[in-house]
Design a protein around this ligand. Structure first.
Ligand SMILES: [Zn+2]
Length: 253
């Protein structure tokens, strides 16, 4: 039994807020490299997510935006029918990637997936035990934070609906994921800032989509060697012992 470490580079396609014809269409998709994983940052129709999952045939993890209709079962039903896995207020480890998601925007009316600053802080704090466990097991807290809204003061806007969450600034400062991917802020001006570095974290507005690669360290704890490998190691050890004995007795090998 031994611990092993290796690195894996993951190609990620992140989508948010708007159906993009550069992805929606056979010819468009064929021209692109197939990602290992799709991340949905909210406010996208189910048919678009369904299309991406079916055509690219890779897992899709997603959170809801403030315009997504509230399904009968909170968060999950709408997404599972289109092949996406909902990760609102959840942390998952997928292909070695440590991923945490938070739905929605700041509360501005009585719609679904809207939260106060305090509610989002409570949701972020509930993630702490999982983050600490990751640090102990994998040497890092989090690789990707996926949210619909941005952090406060980064890519956000002054109106209530588009103001960022303080809780996300706290998560980024305290747990330093490689990426904080968000949507919600539609970019109509190409000069508008959409990528901002905060310490070790790249905060990125993925509207309407972004392709990125991320190298993650994987640690395999205590996995026994395969039976074939174990047998080969044993045979090599026995041959070495036999050679040593023959040498000691003066016999030819
Ligand atoms: Zn939104």
């Amino acid at each position: 039994m031994s611990d092993g470490q290796f690195f894996r580079t993951l190609k990620i396609l992140a989508v948010a807020d708007e159906v993009d014809t550069r992805l929606y269409g056979n010819r468009a998709l064929r021209a692109r490299t197939t990602p290992d994983l799709i991340l949905g940052a909210g406010d996208l129709p189910a048919y678009y997510l369904d299309y991406l999952v079916s055509k690219l045939d890779v897992p899709l993890y997603a959170i809801h935006g403030n315009h997504d209709a509230k399904p009968p079962i909170e968060g999950s039903a709408g997404y599972e029918s289109c092949g996406a896995k909902w990760i609102g207020r959840r942390g998952v480890r997928v292909g070695g990637l440590l991923l945490a998601g938070f739905d929605g925007s700041l509360r501005y009316n009585d719609g679904a997936y809207q939260y106060s600053q305090a509610e989002m802080f409570a949701a972020a704090r509930s993630m702490v035990p999982w983050l600490l466990l990751n640090k102990a097991r994998y040497g890092r807290y989090l690789d990707v934070l996926l949210t619909h809204a941005p952090p406060r003061g980064i890519h956000d806007q002054p109106d209530l609906c588009h103001r960022g969450f303080d809780a996300f600034n706290w998560l980024v400062h305290r747990f330093q994921p490689s990426y904080h991917l968000h949507g919600h802020i539609h970019l109509y001006d190409r000069r508008a800032e959409s990528v901002t570095r905060v310490g070790a974290t790249e905060v990125m507005n993925v509207y309407p989509f972004r392709e990125l690669t991320l190298t993650v360290q994987q640690i395999c704890r205590g996995h026994p060697a395969s039976p074939a490998l174990a047998l080969r190691r044993r045979a090599t050890r026995l041959a070495a012992q036999s050679n040593q004995l023959n040498d000691r007795l003066g016999r030819p090998r």
